[in-house]
Design a protein around this ligand. Sequence first.
Ligand code: COA
Length: 275
Amino acid sequence: MIYENYSQKYEAQVITLWNRCCIFDAIEVQKFRRQALFDDNFDPCLAWVALEGDQVMGFAYGTKRKFPYLERGLEPQRGWVNVIFVDPQARRQGVAGELLSRIEGSLAEAGARTITLGAYSPSYFFAGVDPENYPEAVSFFEGCGYVAGDTHYSMGKNLHGFRVPSQTEERRAGLEERGYRFVPFDYSRALQVLDFLQRELGAGWKRNALISMREDTAPDLMLLVIDPQGDVCGWCMRAIDGNPMRFGPIGNRGEGAQQRDRLGAPRPLLLRDVS
Ligand SMILES: CC(C)(COP(=O)(O)OP(=O)(O)OC[C@H]1O[C@@H](n2cnc3c(N)ncnc32)[C@H](O)[C@@H]1OP(=O)(O)O)[C@@H](O)C(=O)NCCC(=O)NCCS
């Protein structure tokens, strides 16, 4: 097996292998380009292919921030492994171990002290490792010294024939009687909304709203709750990644930085201390 840094001539093979290996998280080339190659921090030195001749048998890439991410800044002691997969025919031969150790080495050299799997804001493919769909990945990473962190849940609902339940209507009417209002976003509240998101829910949320405002999709995609004093106290958004079926995040005042974004199946975040 030969290991080379990623280059564009491998793009089509990487996508095909990705979709054979990560079958619950299939992607199209446009998403790969948008979220990986064209991410501000993408660095081909942290992206590796494993080759048998011209054939891509494995791929992995990691990230270290070069550009500050809103109030999180550079997070200088953090690194990420965004994705890793190996052709089923080449597994249990140490290929993933080799790919991972190359990325870990570069991340540690660049100052990272902990490595997070997936969960790279703002452009993650995986919120962590999914133990139901990828149990071999959990064994692999645990064997490499990673430990489980927070658990994330995926939730979905089929809206075919959906009607707003009467209980919800009643609760809404009760809140409206008390002076709360549920309104679509409008630009008169732009700065107020951005301030609310940064203060109550964190930089990632503010960024999603900023992008939507820049693209002028915010009035269609964002809903607000206004409290009796006229302040924003709740917010939700849909289609943040362009997928019209995606709902979330959603958050209210007082929830702190608790992320409410729903993605993927239960995925404990795996972290490794490389200090
Ligand atoms: C997880 C994955 C990348 C591992 O690739 P690999 O090249 O087979 O891994 P390695 O050969 O380097 O394995 C190193 C060690 O990890 C552990 N391991 C790997 N696969 C395992 C499995 N299926 N069951 C138990 N332990 C496993 C073993 O300890 C192994 O050492 P050993 O073979 O000497 O026992 C591969 O199974 C894969 O592509 N899975 C699908 C995609 C995926 O889940 N990606 C992660 C989410 S991004």
